[in-house]
Design a protein around this ligand. Structure first.
Ligand code: SAH
Length: 383
């Protein structure tokens, strides 16, 4: 069962060369670091720095105009403000954009900006380089697992996107209103960094995002879902579960993690998450032609989740070269949706966004964009 090895926690660590990146620290961590490395600095220095790092997103200590020059020099000698490098920005016909970002150790990750109904953007953020899971329908799985992303690498995906939107739109730039941890990787495999990233992104002095507009999506790591259930974070942050099958036999096949924690164990963990006034648990369900899209699947799905306050997101399979599956016909998708609703489920079909640039669900594998998407590999068009 080699797959069991793959679903254990990731083994490779985050590289720790060079001076610490201050964007990796939460408020307390930053204050403690300053206490140890910036002797004699007044207490309010930590708050000032926090605003420069997370509110203004500066890349250089010299920009911190209200910090005395001597302190800026000491900081520059001891700490880093390194950002991710922008490898490429791909533009899809439907307005979706994919950012390919490069880490200090030369790894590429992807982050997708999807226009939403609120005239803002929902950003789909990556939590790892590659993924340790081996879901058969997902392109990211073909990359294997490389490593967890550091906190600063997670928040910088959002900051890079904010910078991009600001350059494009100036004063009237659209805002990022929602964050979904549905990019590359399994966010619950990287719990601590994802958690800290959410703290930073929701800080009013930082990006100021609303926690209830952030969703973590998991393939079903039961112990981590149980941890989430007891985490104060779960009161606000939404949980999405990639269910994708209604029998263990099929789920074992399409998501080998199911051989470790089966559907019953997964749903028990989901039920332990405190129900919250505003939030529904989301079940994502990738529709694979002839595999999990039958009328019987709807019947079983309703029986499985009928008692959970939930929403079902049906995602017609997005094809890519690494998966042996096909997308059901539009009529089949429609019937599946109608039957779900008739069975009393709150179900929606997620139309693929950005599929012409390989930015749709399950297509993030560092390819795409070349045939039809417009690629701008630099941001020099910006003023
Ligand atoms: N690892 C997490 C986060 C990734 S979310 C998770 O599994 O939830 C990515 C979502 O896209 C998941 O719901 C997954 O089921 C879905 N997905 C993966 N590959 C897909 C594909 N080829 N077509 C459509 N959806 C896909």
């Amino acid at each position: 069962m080699s797959q069991l090895v793959a679903i254990r926690g990731p083994a490779r660590g985050i590289p720790k060369e060079g001076p610490p990146n201050l964007r990796d620290l939460d408020r307390d961590g930053l204050a403690a670091w300053l206490g140890a490395h910036l002797e004699g600095a007044p207490r309010h220095r930590a708050g000032q720095l926090f605003r420069w790092l997370h509110g203004r997103r500066v890349s250089d200590f010299s920009a911190m105009s209200d910090v005395p020059a001597a302190d800026r020099a000491r900081l520059a000698a001891r700490a880093s403000l390194r950002r991710l490098d922008v490898g490429a920005v791909l533009h899809a016909r439907d307005g979706t954009r994919k950012l390919r970002l490069v880490t200090a150790d030369g790894q590429s990750i992807e982050s997708v900006l999807i226009p939403n109904d609120e005239r803002g953007y929902t950003q789909c953020v990556s939590s790892q380089v590659g993924c340790a899971l081996t879901c058969r329908f997902c392109a990211t799985a073909s990359l294997g697992f490389q490593r967890n992303l550091a906190t600063w690498e997670i928040v910088d995906q959002v900051y890079q996107a904010q910078d991009l939107l600001a350059r494009d739109g100036g004063e009237y730039a659209p805002r990022i209103t929602n964050i979904v941890f549905m990019g590359m990787g399994e966010p619950l495999h990287n719990y601590n960094q994802v958690r800290r990233a959410i703290e930073l992104l929701t800080d009013p002095d930082g990006a100021g995002l609303a926690a209830r507009r952030i969703t973590i999506s998991s393939s079903g790591l039961v112990p981590a879902i149980e941890r989430f259930a007891g985490d104060p974070l779960a009161k606000e942050v939404g949980l999405a579960i990639s269910l994708n099958a209604t029998t263990d036999a099929v789920r074992d096949e399409v998501m080998p993690i199911n051989t470790r924690w089966n559907i019953a164990a997964l749903l028990a963990a989901v039920r332990s998450v405190p129900p919250h006034r505003r939030r529904y648990v989301t079940f994502e369900y990738v529709l694979l032609a002839g595999v999990n899209d039958s009328d019987d699947d709807v019947r079983r799905l309703a029986a499985l989740v009928g008692d959970i306050r939930c929403q079902i997101n049906l995602i017609p399979f997005n094809p890519h070269p690494h998966a042996p599956y096909g997308r059901p016909s539009a009529a089949r998708v429609r019937r599946f949706l109608d039957l779900c609703r008739a069975a009393g489920l709150r179900a929606y079909v997620r139309t693929p966004r950005g599929d012409d640039i390989g930015a749709a669900c399950g297509q993030l594998a560092l390819s795409g964009g070349q045939p039809s998407g417009h690629v701008s590999s630099d941001m020099s068009s910006a003023p």
